[in-house]
Design a protein. Structure first.
Lengths: 308, 308
């Protein structure tokens, strides 16, 4: 197995939109830099939390171009390349590799259901073969609650065997700890990132690489502190603290809720915009969410200071 | 409600691929012409059966350009415009309207789950408003077994009320006759096409517009005969006959099986190619399928002669 380009807390970065609904290049770049400054180990731009599948491939590539121009280090970037068509996936992966991105996060093709492991293998292997780059590092993106189609344990093993230098990790957003634990048990050296910090300590104790979590958009310092101190005496207390933040957020639709929190704490109302089919929180939900976060003592600023 | 541009048997046309995996423009054009010659009332190119979501928007638009250049009448075409991103959907719809297509078949955005009716409404309404053409005719594409996200009965009513001149019909591939019947009962004048000829006679007896069916790729004459004679004495017998063909096909993965049948009867083995994540039938499956069709007396040639 190859050296691992990513460890720690990776953030599936929210994508801001302008008032007219276009991806907001300026806000996006500023936000990515802020996340890295807060201690993010990498930026998994263009994931589910990023509303990536609500953007065309051209829109995603333009955002990546802009980040690179703005000086965000390519090796910190793990762009999602989710697409139902191999032609689109090849174009997105080639573009990311061309920029020197540390890796890509690859959804299985998610339109057809049911689809066999052989069919998913043919798709992903086809993309890897067509891109044909030794620099490519693929992280499989397993999120059956949304994509429905997922990577079975056996299929992951087939990829590791067929592409040991290329398929080097997986984000497990199944929400099923048993699946994450089984991956860690069966494939040592393979970089497994749970898709929620709720499982971070358990994963680290079994050799996990960190986590890639939506809530990283608002809580990198808290989550990174546990990552830094997971072998220390405060580990369980730190886990409890970040779990409380996560559970508070999970009571609301996650993407609009995260954008509302960013809008609130960054004092930038325009940040709350989402693209259909997602909808922004209404006023009542927004007020309840901010109140819930206040109740648990969460503020973006305080956290940042505590971590500093 | 506006005049209906489509009635009868519409075919979600299979997309042939070349040996190197590209959409095969020549075979596609020939096949579309053959389907119209057989009596298809329209061609719902770029649906699920067409592997449309396994093609990039650019590939789909190039195929449509080619059909128009080849003289296939635009008013007979109902291209699917399935996309998760509004930007892609707008581009595909605008392109179809620009060619004067009779209508478009529109999937809901199918990545995010769960998603609210309000969110789906915002997406589809956003596409219609951005395209902003009085010539646009939208047929909603309801196929929850594959897309998972679907159009609820109430949501269909919202579209009819908001866009009476534009949202004029629906393909119901739910496989649930009760849903089709409820649509026909609640929205008279709205063009409801069951997604399988198994429900054709029942639908016609309740005011249905015809059907849009995968099996049309191999059995337009048989299905069109029932459509022509549904009020006559042979109706139930003709329904039984086409149901037998459908059930025989349904024992196999539908898209690869249809392509195998086309390859066999058109004596053109290259037709069997599919794009990942779909896989072609293996040799044993192919032989069993052809034998099953022989058992029920089905051949493409005979059907065509009978219908003539």
């Amino acid at each position: 197995m190859t050296a691992q380009p990513f460890r720690g807390i990776l953030v599936p970065v929210l994508t801001p939109f302008t008032a007219s609904g276009e991806p907001d290049m300026g806000r996006f770049t500023t936000f990515c830099r802020w996340l890295l400054d807060q201690g993010a180990g990498g930026l998994a731009i263009f994931g589910t939390t990023s509303e990536a599948n609500s953007m065309s491939p051209a829109e995603r590539m333009a955002l990546l171009d802009r980040l690179i121009e703005a000086g965000i280090p390519a090796e910190k970037l793990m762009p999602g390349t989710g697409a139902c068509a191999m032609t689109d996936a090849v174009e997105l992966v080639r573009h990311a590799v061309g920029h020197g991105c540390g890796g890509v996060l690859m959804l299985p093709p998610f339109y057809y259901k049911p689809v066999s492991d052989d069919g998913i293998f043919a798709f992903v292997a086809g993309v890897i073969d067509k891109v044909g780059s030794a620099a490519l590092r693929v992280y499989l993106y397993h999120i059956p609650p949304v994509a429905v189609v997922g990577y079975s344990l056996d299929l992951v093993g087939r990829f590791i065997k067929a592409y040991p230098q290329t398929v080097v990790g997986l984000k497990d957003s199944s929400g099923d700890w048993n699946n994450t634990a089984a991956l860690l048990d069966r494939y040592p050296g393979f970089a497994v990132f749970p898709g929620s910090e709720v499982f971070l300590l358990d994963a680290l104790r079994k050799g996990g690489a960190g986590c890639i979590t939506a809530t990283g958009n608002i809580n990198v310092p808290g989550i990174a502190r546990l990552y830094a101190e997971w072998e220390g005496p405060r580990a369980d207390a730190l886990q409890a603290e970040i779990t409380t933040v996560r559970k508070t957020m999970q009571a609301y639709p996650m993407v609009p809720a995260l954008k509302r929190v960013v809008a609130h704490f960054h004092n930038d109302p325009g940040w709350a915009a989402v693209r259909p089919p997602l909808l922004p929180l209404n006023e009542a939900q927004s007020a309840a969410l901010i109140a819930d976060l206040a109740k648990i003592g969460f503020t973006l600023g305080e956290r940042r200071q505590k971590a500093a």
